[in-house]
Design a protein around this ligand. Structure first.
Ligand SMILES: [Zn+2]
Length: 518
């Protein structure tokens, strides 16, 4: 009896040691001592240069899955047997991120990309890379920065994601089960290499440029639904077109809007960048109906940027998209609907770009960057980080390394937000509905766009990180009585670090924008 007790005690102690060391391995700071902190204030305008590149990050989807079913709708069930090219039947597909676990890619509809825009004022070289991915963690962003060759001359690199729900998992939350990471390490390494290539290529293509700025803040409103009250959107479209100063050719463009790229919804099993694919094609090559060109494209590389898309901006299947040429209303989440949406968006962008509101001939680049520890209050996130499902280290106990950046280029400003921010926090108003968990008035005021300098204010959502939803504290709602007459808690808080996150981000942005100046 004594012996059994002794053995059990030893086993328990060993188990404890294993679990503790496993947790610490998962949580260790992957970039100990690293800080992105930077402050460059430049008041002297000079001629700008711009360079663009598009490098594919499309994963290899094994043929065997397309063999399984020709209509690409197959979803494996337990007990299914598979044969791969080697005949070993190993089930290791590319997991599609978004909506639910266990969604193996069955093929590729369109390439996913690392698209880069570089702007240089002769002193500072700013690279903005946008990935067709559901998100890219700050640890991975730092990895990439350490890989970018010095010869590129890049001062600071922003890596943001479009948040497409139809691409391979890069965060780990959508594997075969909630307890298994869906990230293929080899694919993640490939994505990092391709980002580096994209930055190298764009810096090699720098040309003296002028920037044509345009916006249309109303036309795209009908294409987003807000599935959580209050109804506040980020549906204005903002565009930058970079034109070669010497030959007048388009070098590239940036198109910004705020909506989840998930028009294809939850049953699609083909890799795709969702509506941004059709939008970028339209802007670059023109919009076609059948085989006729309806609106000419501008050429160059189009970079699509997502803004405030939390709380919860989506093209839900209950929202119809009107086909721009047939007038047919499309509800079902198909490629036809997604293409119609992309065509509409590119038409709005192309029309606005014909009459730019501002031409920036000379400007200075100023920027302020802060590395920020973000406290994890959410128990599920703590568990995910400890178990290594969510592959990211911490700086300090249960604090994620994250980052904020603010940039000013003449009348244009950028703010990176490290996750899915509720548009209330960006455009206002932040509400304080009766029943909010803390019984408080709005904390995060004035709202972000009010604090930003210049006339054209770009939000780079999922900028340098994806920490989940960023929710106003006065709208936090997990306990009864619920806000807005709800019978149960709304969806959102479960995917947020906690109720203090928005306040921390707001406070820091306020200080940083203060440093940036008018
Ligand atoms: Zn989302």
């Amino acid at each position: 009896m004594k012996k059994i007790l002794k053995i059990s005690a030893i086993v328990l102690i060993l188990l404890f040691v294993v679990v503790v060391s496993w947790t610490f391995t998962n949580l260790h700071d992957r970039h100990s001592g690293y800080s992105a902190d930077m402050k460059i204030i430049n008041e002297t305008p000079s001629t700008l240069s711009a360079g663009f590149a598009a490098v594919a990050i499309t994963p290899e989807v094994p043929d065997r899955w397309t063999d399984v079913n020709d209509d690409h709708k197959y979803k494996p069930k337990d007990g299914d047997t598979f044969t791969d090219g080697n005949g070993n039947g190993k089930f290791d597909p590319v997991w599609i991120a978004g909506f639910s676990n266990s969604k193996p890619a069955n093929g590729v509809h369109d390439d996913v990309w690392a698209r880069t825009m570089i702007i240089d004022d002769g002193k500072t070289r700013l690279a903005i890379v946008i990935l067709d991915a559901i998100g890219f963690m700050n640890d991975d962003v730092v990895d990439v920065r350490k890989m970018i060759p010095e010869e590129t001359g890049v001062t600071y690199t922003i890596i943001a994601s479009t948040h497409t729900h139809e691409a391979a998992d890069l965060l780990g939350l959508w594997g075969k089960s909630p307890f298994k990471s869906g990230v293929d390490k080899k694919y993640l390494a490939f994505v990092k290499e391709q980002i580096v290539k994209s930055v190298v290529e764009a810096s090699g293509k720098l040309r003296p440029a002028r920037l044509e700025i345009s916006q249309d803040l109303t036309s795209a409103i009908p294409m987003v639904k807000d599935t959580r009250k209050p109804e506040v959107f980020d549906s204005g479209m903002r565009m930058i077109k970079a034109v070669d100063r010497e030959n007048g050719q388009t070098l590239g463009s940036m198109v910004a809007w705020g909506n989840h790229p998930e028009t294809l919804w939850s049953q699609n099993l083909l890799i795709s960048s969702d509506f941004p694919h059709f939008l970028r094609e339209g802007v670059e090559k023109g919009v076609f109906y059948a085989d006729s060109l309806i609106k000419a494209g501008i050429g160059g590389v189009c970079v699509y940027v997502n803004g405030a898309l939390g709380g919860l901006m989506t093209t839900h299947p209950s929202l119809a998209i009107k086909h721009p040429f047939t007038g047919v209303e499309l509800f079902e989440p198909t490629y036809e609907k997604t293409e119609a949406q992309g065509m509409q968006l590119s038409l709005i962008a192309l029309n606005a770009m014909e009459t730019p509101a501002e031409i920036i001939d000379k400007a200075a680049i100023s920027l302020v960057v802060r590395t920020l520890p973000m406290k994890i209050d959410n128990t599920l996130f703590k568990l995910g980080a400890a178990m290594g499902v969510m592959k990211r280290g911490t700086m300090g106990w249960m604090k994620m390394r994250s980052e904020l950046a603010v940039v000013k280029i003449g009348q244009v400003s950028f703010v990176t937000v490290p996750g899915e921010i509720y548009p209330e926090l960006v455009n206002g108003p932040v509400e304080a509905p009766e029943g909010n968990d803390f019984g408080i008035q709005p904390v995060e005021v004035p709202v972000i766009r009010e604090m930003m300098p210049g006339k054209y204010k770009f939000i780079l959502g999922l900028g340098n990180d994806e920490i989940g939803y960023i929710i106003p504290k006065s709208q936090w709602d997990t306990k009864a009585p619920f806000t807005y007459g709800r019978e149960k808690a709304p969806y959102g808080e479960v995917n947020s670090l906690g109720p203090e996150t928005a306040g921390v981000i707001h406070r820091n942005l306020q200080e940083m924008l203060g440093e940036l100046g008018e």
